[in-house]
Write a new protein. Structure first.
Length: 260
């Protein structure tokens, strides 16, 4: 525990030094604000631009707060996956490449403490950014549209946070096992590409980590099917634990690849 705490402090200083703790939350918050504001003023923007045929109804004025938040969360899938992968795909692999990890591995540290400190630091930044972005979107949606149930919003944030934790774990584990380029490609395939496949043919199954985004949106209008939802949560937690084990194993295995 002491080693994990010390390494987490080092990791946190790195995130502060390279401004990840600043620019990632700002991007998420701006994106969360942009969606409801864009929907609310879209017709005015289109009229100002001109060339709008008379009598055209874009249907935007009929959108409810739940519709706006559902669209925001749907769009969050892409930006969350991209930013998390690009920000953290080299957290472990780059330290092996530039030999920074050698300075740590020559000390009697635990490989699990090393990996978990990396995972904890990335998770704090990613979850903090996601929660701030969703809260900003909720705030502007309620101002521009109508009120929303606070508990449903909390359920959405909790469900979606588990999905973000899954994405972070996939990225960190890939970075622990592979080089930076391979880690980024693999993490992108396992998150965004699999999410795309799930959106196309996902009607044939109801339980998977990639269903969490759909279940998060479902909280806005009604509770998701309890059995499928909780099974997806259990499957996701098990997948995260397995990825953590693989990540620790990859961290230990790749010690031999470090040139001193």
């Amino acid at each position: 525990m002491m080693q994990w705490r010390v390494l987490l402090q080092k990791e946190w200083r790195d995130h502060v030094r390279n401004l990840k703790i600043l620019w990632i939350p700002i991007v998420f918050v701006l994106y969360g604000i942009m969606q409801p504001v864009m929907f609310y003023y879209m017709e005015d923007i289109m009229k100002a631009v001109g060339n709008m045929p008379e009598g055209v109804d874009m249907g935007i004025t009929d959108m409810t707060s739940a519709d706006v938040m559902a669209s925001t969360v749907g769009q969050f899938h892409l930006i969350v996956a991209l930013i998390v992968i690009l920000s953290f795909m080299g957290v472990i692999s780059k330290e092996r490449k530039n030999r920074t990890a050698a300075l740590l591995y020559v000390r009697p540290i635990s490989f699990s403490a090393y990996y978990l400190s990396k995972l904890s630091g990335a998770t704090i930044v990613a979850l903090l950014s996601t929660v701030l972005g969703l809260l900003a979107s909720f705030y502007y949606t309620m101002i521009l549209y109508d009120e929303m149930d606070v508990w449903k919003c909390a359920a959405l944030i909790g469900t979606y946070s588990l999905w973000v934790l899954f994405v972070v774990t996939v990225t960190l584990t890939a970075s622990a096992v592979f080089s930076t380029g391979v880690a980024g490609t693999l993490a992108f395939l396992l998150t965004y590409f699999m999410q795309l496949i799930d959106s196309i043919i996902g009607q044939f199954w109801t339980v998977s980590p990639w269903k969490l985004g759909t279940y998060a949106i479902t909280w806005l209008v009604a509770e998701p099917d309890s059995s499928d939802f909780w099974l997806s949560v259990v499957v996701t937690v098990i997948a995260i634990l397995l990825l953590v084990i693989i990540g620790i194993w990859g961290t230990r295995k790749n010690v031999e690849n470090i040139k001193i």
